[in-house]
Ligand binder design. Structure first.
Ligand code: PLP
Length: 410
């Protein structure tokens, strides 16, 4: 039908496949009465990972204080708690004036890219990535340029590829550590190299650290460093929030901290971030009252990611079961909530990973996300969430094994 009302050209190349056509199909199937196992979204609460009571308690008792608009940057106690959190880690210039609270990290990603990019400006983004970074770069008129993360080296960024892809238009580099979708946790040397490149070319470093506290292995935990500690002489934007470690994704609370010795040279850019924050008046007030309690309270996430903890055990099981399937191989995720296995595309004749995911959904009623949805350039990966309990994971991965036993796409 001829459309009278069309979306703007700004959206021509913008996509977010995690909630794309496969989700529409799953919804349609649910409406027909099918039960779908949804292993497609990193949303902890529906899988029994509840927000700690003390956070909910503080939100509830502060509900009367959340009726009016608040400061566009966020309520002071929340920003102060974020400042103290990073100061305690050793970030020398963490400062409430340079901390912004947002409706999740998502909104702050959007604000910080919209405030920076002019048409055709380039942003280096990992492939695979959390696709919001690519989508928002495009929406802001910029050009995402993907640097490869190397599966053979546990999905570590390929530094030579980053160097090759720098041009006079490169404005920033995105680092997602621990990584969604690969689960990689980057060694310090890799972050140092990225930092050197950023200094050399005056790039803004966007460090998405939303899985900072979800690291499973002792060595990876010991190796982990927030980028702001390394990038002291650069301009570093750190993103984190309540969605994952505090299992409060629906509350929509995140923060952005701007640090580094180049900050005085970013006055104009930071004014742009403030302007966009002002224009949306303020972030959801209710959730902001949970931030101080979250950061200062008992870190129950630690119990979940250590041996014997639910997430730790589910990570192990998911990784092991996937690798038992002929034609499937998976690097062990060191952090985050996902496995990103490789499919033997030749063996299964896969030309479209979206079709593979749709076929699997229709036949076995399990929903995962295709690798190209994370801007991975080949149709040979998918992402599966290991939030469900062990029995559900066994069931879902068992269905995948059955499905692949006689699957050929062409
Ligand atoms: N960054 C990464 C790497 C994510 O995986 C997600 C959500 O899955 C987000 C940001 C969005 O987080 P929020 O819920 O705070 O908007």
């Amino acid at each position: 039908m001829k459309q009278l009302f069309q979306k703007s050209h700004k959206l021509d190349d913008v996509c977010y496949e995690i909630r794309g056509p496969v989700m529409d199909e799953a919804r349609r199937m649910e409406e027909e009465g099918f039960q779908i196992l949804k292993l497609n979204i990193g949303n902890p609460a529906p899988f029994g990972f509840n927000t700690p009571d003390e956070i909910l308690h503080d939100i509830i008792i502060n509900l009367p204080n959340a009726q009016g608009y608040g400061d566009s940057k966020g309520i002071f106690p929340a920003r102060k708690a974020v400042m103290q959190y990073y100061q305690a880690k050793g970030v020398f210039d963490a400062d409430t004036d340079y901390i912004f609270i947002g409706n999740g990290v998502s909104e702050l990603i959007s604000i910080s890219l919209q405030a920076l990019l002019n048409p055709e400006d380039e942003v280096l983004i990992p492939a695979p990535d959390y696709p919001l970074w690519t989508a928002v770069t495009r929406l802001a008129g910029g050009r995402p340029v993907h640097y490869i993360c190397d599966e053979e080296s546990d999905w570590i960024p390929d530094i030579d590829d980053i160097r090759r892809k720098i041009t006079s238009r490169t404005k920033g580099i995105v680092v997602i550590n621990p990584n969604n979708p690969t689960g990689a946790v980057y060694p310090r040397e890799v972050l140092e190299k990225i930092y050197e490149i950023a200094c050399e070319h005056n790039l803004v470093i966007f460090s998405d650290e939303i899985y900072e506290k979800i690291i499973y292995d002792e060595d990876a935990r010991a190796a982990y460093s927030p980028m702001s500690l390394i990038a002291e002489d650069a301009l570093c934007l750190t993103f984190n929030g309540l969605s994952k470690a505090y299992r409060a994704a629906g509350l929509r609370a995140g923060w952005l901290m701007i640090s580094g010795k180049k900050r005085p040279f970013a006055k104009d850019y930071i004014e742009g971030i403030s302007l966009l924050s002002n224009m949306r008046l303020c972030s959801n007030m209710t959730a902001q009252f949970g931030i101080q309690t979250a950061l200062g309270g008992y870190q129950s996430i630690d119990d979940l990611v250590r041996p014997g903890g639910r997430l730790y055990e589910q990570r192990n099981l998911c990784y092991e079961l996937l690798n038992q399937i002929p034609g499937v191989s998976c690097r062990k995720p060191k952090g985050a909530l996902y496995c990103f296995p490789k499919l033997d595309a030749e063996r299964f004749g896969i030309e479209s990973d979206e079709l593979f995911v749709l076929d699997f959904l229709r036949e076995k009623k399990v929903q995962v996300v295709q690798g190209t949805g994370f801007n991975w350039p080949h149709p040979d990966h998918f992402r599966i969430v290991f939030l469900p309990d062990k029995d559900t994971l066994r069931d879902a991965i068992g269905r995948l094994a059955d499905f692949l036993a006689d699957y050929r796409q062409n």
